[in-house]
Design a protein around this ligand. Structure first.
Ligand code: ADP
Ligand code: MG
Length: 234
């Protein structure tokens, strides 16, 4: 699903250059649930943003579902991003003046789905994350955990091939974090490929594979015996 070879990325700041990714080699098969770990500033978000086509690498190759991503023009990149990728962020990134249902329907609007169908689909996806009764509520009326579940429903509504989550539990307490991980595991159980950036070991143990970044390279890449989040949420 994801094939990355010798990826490099530097940030330019005036005359200084910060070499953040120094040759990343990394493959992800369809259906994997991968945790990306590393200390603050180790380049986790940089890597995820490149995987998510929100940013481009300086050198190296990236093939997503058989499609070479490098040197793609912005219009094409936007099309592939909408078609292939779903995003979840630590800060939820919901639109404050739109209801839960309208937030979930948004990616379908960009896919030119009719209003009737996108409202129906949005309600279905809200139902899947247990929030159908909250459809008409604004984000300000939801708890942090509920907001993240809306954000996950929104990401999944576009039926992406890969879900990318950058510290999805970073703003949540442990119990709520496990509820969000339970949902992520359920989505992965259906065969979806998911990458989760986290610096919390208990969250990483709920994935199937852990990749550790340090000083711009992958220093560890191991399979883990997945802990089921549902065991911790009751
Ligand atoms: P992480 O997500 O692991 O905390 P990041 O990928 O956000 O790390 O950042 C890696 C390094 O790159 C940090 O030192 C950060 O300050 C720097 N960095 C990130 N984004 C930019 C940017 N747009 N411009 C300049 N430096 C950046
Ligand atoms: Mg980060």
């Amino acid at each position: 699903m994801i094939e990355i070879k010798d990826l490099h990325k530097s940030y330019q700041m005036g005359s200084n250059s910060l070499h953040v990714l120094k040759g990343i080699n990394f493959n992800v098969e369809a259906g994997e649930l991968v945790a990306i770990m590393g200390s603050s500033g180790s380049g986790k978000s940089t890597l995820l943003n490149i995987l998510g086509m929100l940013d481009v690498a300086d050198t190296g190759s990236y093939v997503l579902d058989g499609v070479p991503i490098e040197n793609m023009n912005e219009t094409k990149a936007a099309q592939y991003r909408n078609k292939f990728l779903g995003f979840v962020f630590q800060s939820f990134n919901l639109i404050n003046y739109k209801t839960a249902q309208e937030n979930v329907a948004l990616p379908l609007y960009y896919q030119r789905v009719s209003r009737k169908v996108r409202n129906e689909k949005a309600l279905e996806y809200l139902d899947q994350v247990g929030l159908k009764p909250w459809a008409t509520h604004l984000p300000s009326e939801l708890s942090g955990g509920q907001k993240q579940r809306v954000a996950i429903a929104r990401a999944m509504a576009a039926e992406p091939k890969v879900l990318l989550a950058d510290e999805p539990t970073g703003a949540l307490d442990s119990k709520t974090s496990y509820e969000v991980m339970d949902l992520i595991q359920q989505i992965n159980d259906k065969g979806n490929t998911i990458l989760v950036v986290t610096h919390e070991p208990d969250i990483a143990e709920m994935c199937k594979r852990v990749v550790i970044l340090k000083d711009g390279v992958i220093v560890e890449d191991k399979k883990v015996n997945q802990k089921r989040a549902s065991a911790y949420v009751q």
